[in-house]
Design a protein around this ligand. Sequence first.
Ligand SMILES: C[S@@+](CC[C@H](N)C(=O)[O-])C[C@H]1O[C@@H](n2cnc3c(N)ncnc32)[C@H](O)[C@@H]1O
Ligand code: SF4
Length: 448
Amino acid sequence: MSRLTELISKYDVSIPRYTSYPTVPYWEDNLTTDTWIDQLRMACHLNQASLAFYVHVPFCESLCTFCGCNSSITKDHSKEAPYVDLVLREFEAYLKMVPELKNIPALELHLGGGTPTFLSSGELRRLTKGILGSNPAWSPECSIEIDPRRVKREQLETLRELGYERVSLGVQDFNPEVQRLINRIQPFEVTRDVTHWARELGFKSVNFDLIFGLPKQTAELMLDSARKTIELRPDRIALYSYAHVPWIKPAQRLFTEDDLPKGAEKRRLYELARVELLNSGYQEIGLDHFALPTDSLSQSASKGQLHRNFMGYTHRRTNILLGLGVSAISETPTAFHQNQKVLQLYERDIGEQKIPTLRGHLLTDEDRRAREQILNLITKMRTSISPTDRSSVATMLKPMIDDGLAQLTETEVLIEEQGRPFLRNACVAFDRRLQNKQPETRIFSQSV
Ligand SMILES: C[S@@+](CC[C@H](N)C(=O)[O-])C[C@H]1O[C@@H](n2cnc3c(N)ncnc32)[C@H](O)[C@@H]1O
Ligand code: SF4
């Protein structure tokens, strides 16, 4: 057995992806809308408060069977305008309750989904202007997720005109057989053409989303996807581990389990693509990202300024994330808040002029410390530890230290380069909530 195979069989367990701490299943649901508004207001008064907007557009025209996102499948485009109305009404309600929001700089606006380019040019314009028009001083970096199979050049032209600078293209895998199995036929030429449009129109950064661990993906196919990606040279690449959670996403049951690469075989796909990308000038960032040295993500990683929130890695830190739209998550230094996940309930709450709270979590001081440490690990591969934490962290990390994957000094934990595949396992050492209460049912995907 190779060393990596051995390590993978030891560390491939079901653990969180740490897009937040505490992770969503551990939120205490101790946040009413009123408390949430208080927390948001408090955050606006912080020294150097800064704001990022995330808008969730849930619609997609067809279902990709691997998908773990909150999406609503429809071809009915008459849903666009009423949905944009709802989001703008939600935003208006926030401005009324927390007028201080207008006093702080907005650094980012990200449209995600589902598929934000389900919206026509007109609705994309109305949505963007409806938010940014509230404060003429706001000029955030705008980014959007795009489905290359359906986006029109004219939509990209509108986005450029509106000031969008970054696009993220869903690619997943270039192989036709893998694409057939995930119900996502997307010829290479389609991705190529959209990438070229984005370049011609002057978008500053193009990202590709790729996934390893999809059904029938082999080493050869993964290498081919990596090479096709390199040929198109996106500035950033997210190479996600396929999260297999059929108990939450039943469409994933359509796969034959035997077709899914697992454990060491799955991780090998990542390693092969990784070597190919590194040899072609990309830098590895954090958990599962790559970027060209010219991209702001690489630059901020080398300056130790990388940040990560629910939207993924970002090149600078914002301390308030305001999520708008169905299922959107917001965060401040002291609280998390999630909107209703079911469209009808989101619609009902907005109709009743309420903030559409589904659930939330008020962070304790211990949560805040652990959140910072996990963020440090995921963005910088190191974190400081206090004398009080040291002995419990030392016990939890002992196997990783013995295996040469992590180092522990008096004041710091450091993840070695060979420990990078097991970064999420190291985060568990700081996750007191998981340590104190193991889930009774399966909720997280495997770590590899
Ligand atoms: C909202 S989609 C991207 C935009 C657009 N809907 C598209 O698919 O082209 C977000 C990304 O999440 C990733 N994703 C979705 N489900 C996943 C899963 N089960 N495991 C890993 N990554 C997943 C995919 O790479 C996908 O591109
Ligand atoms: S991967 Fe994108 S297009 Fe496919 S179902 Fe998920 S959100 Fe929709």
